[in-house]
Design a protein around this ligand. Structure first.
Ligand code: SAJ
Length: 426
């Protein structure tokens, strides 16, 4: 697959973020000539220097190798290739409507250079029907080419959807070892795409049609969201009933068919907090549970802030501006990613109340993020300072660094642990 008529195949990967760059790097390590494309010229410059702009274990070393041996280069424009992989973001608009404008922009940039025999793969999490939609867009721009049609026309060019399923922090391992679902517009497209993935994927590749593959990705993340919502709802019920939710879940999980996830201050990141909305948007009347789960998880940060406000109303804090030490800002443990982070929302809401000084401990960042910079009552501090000075210690992210801290050293301080940082492992 990585050569054709004795010539090394060229793959263009459009979007050099958390998925695009690791995928480009693995392809470059497996015999392809890879051209990474990104609209951000500073990302392109960084990669062409053999460096990276994201934190992902194992990635930096491999990028350095493939850039220095010439198998990976980056550019802001799309050139002629044999394969195009689209890995750009698909956020949602204000009303939770999917925003596929980056995918459409990528498709428009590929259309002029598309040739007979090319394969186009969409990896971005997308609403059902997007692969077909971008193919039709390109077909209207390239009437000289024959495009595939369900089970009838194979076409001159092939289109498939193949979602990534990796956990940030484990991307380099999971890209190789996880199973993949590949959905072509025509079965020939699926087979063609499988040949490409088989060059570096050790997991199994399952073939289906494009719509089922698109829905598979959304289903996986909606499933997790619903399960986290159950844990989050339990935590609020238990709080009301004065039951330790962590102990409750540990005990319930001893049942052979029960496996409750961990409650937390909310659900963040660019996937689980976003993707279920794509299902809700496509089938609003039928997606009651999925929508409710989103609401439970989205409103958890407000519940957390209300709990903290109640503590601040205690007599000992009347007329004072106590120090609240917030442990963690990232959307989950041991990553630097702050996107859609419930911890950021909670810190911002607390800062806006202007009733306390906020000490934030986040080992993965070096300055207060832009979104919080205009609050003069937020200070980024190290864990020793935060724990020594804070009147109330608020657990928001279960970074290993926090888990390893000796809770007994916090003495009589008030601890509000919304992540179960110091609970025995779940
Ligand atoms: N969370 C909890 N309790 C839990 C598990 C997670 O509160 O028990 C929170 C996390 O703290 C975080 C959010 O949920 O705020 C999401 O974290 P996550 O670890 O569940 O998932 P992501 O967003 O890092 O990655 C998910 C994964 N999807 C599934 O597990 C079904 C990953 O495999 C996908 O590739 C990724 O989304 C994606 O890109 O779609």
């Amino acid at each position: 697959m990585n050569s054709q008529n004795g010539k090394t195949k060229i793959v263009s990967v459009i979007g050099l973020g958390y998925i695009g760059l690791p995928t480009a790097t693995l392809l470059a390590s497996n015999g392809f000539v890879v051209r990474g494309v990104d609209i951000n010229s500073s990302i392109v410059d960084t990669i062409n220097k053999g460096e990276i702009h994201i934190v992902e274990p194992g990635l930096a070393e491999q990028v350095k190798i493939v850039v220095s041996n010439g198998s990976l280069s980056a550019s802001t424009t799309v050139g002629e290739s044999d394969v195009y992989i689209i890995a750009v973001p698909t956020p949602f608009k204000r009303n939770h409507e999917p925003d596929i404008s980056y995918v459409e922009m990528a498709a428009r940039s590929i259309a002029p250079v598309l040739r007979k025999g090319n394969l186009v793969i969409l990896e971005s999490t997308s609403p059902v029907g997007t692969t077909n939609h971008i193919m039709e867009m390109m077909a209207s721009l390239r009437p000289d080419l024959i495009f595939p049609l369900a089970n009838t026309i194979q076409g001159d060019v092939h289109f498939a959807y193949c979602p990534e399923r990796v956990m940030p922090g484990k991307t380099m391992h999971e890209l190789v070892h996880n199973d993949r679902v590949i959905g072509g517009i025509h079965p020939c497209c699926s087979h063609n795409a499988r040949e490409l993935y088989k060059t570096f994927v050790k997991g199994e590749c399952f073939l289906t049609d494009a719509r089922t593959a698109e829905m598979t990705k959304l289903t996986e993340n909606a499933f997790r969201d619903v399960n986290i919502a159950f844990a989050n709802e339990l935590s609020m019920i238990c709080d009301k009933m004065n039951i330790n939710v962590w102990e409750l879940i540990r005990l319930a999980n001893r049942h052979p068919r029960v496996n409750i996830l961990n409650p937390g201050p909310g659900v963040g990141g660019h996937c689980i907090a976003v993707d279920p909305w794509f299902i809700v948007h496509s089938a609003p009347d039928e997606s009651k549970l999925i929508r409710t789960a989103r609401t439970v998880n989205d409103t958890k940060p407000v519940w957390v802030v209300n709990k903290i406000k109640k503590v601040l109303q205690q007599d000992e804090f009347k007329g004072k501006k106590p120090i609240l030490t917030c442990l963690g800002l990232s959307f989950k443990a041991n990553v630097d990613d702050l996107r859609e982070s419930p911890a950021v929302e909670i810190v911002e809401r607390l800062a806006a109340l202007d009733v306390a000084t906020l000490y934030v401990v986040e080992p993965y960042i070096s300055e207060v993020p832009a979104q919080l910079q205009h609050y003069k009552n937020i200070h980024l501090v190290d864990s020793t300072t935060g724990c020594a000075k804070g009147d109330i210690i608020i657990g928001l992210v279960d970074h290993t660094l926090f888990k390893e801290m000796d809770r007994s050293k916090l003495g009589q301080k008030i601890i509000l642990d919304f992540r179960g940082i110091w609970e025995p492992s779940m």
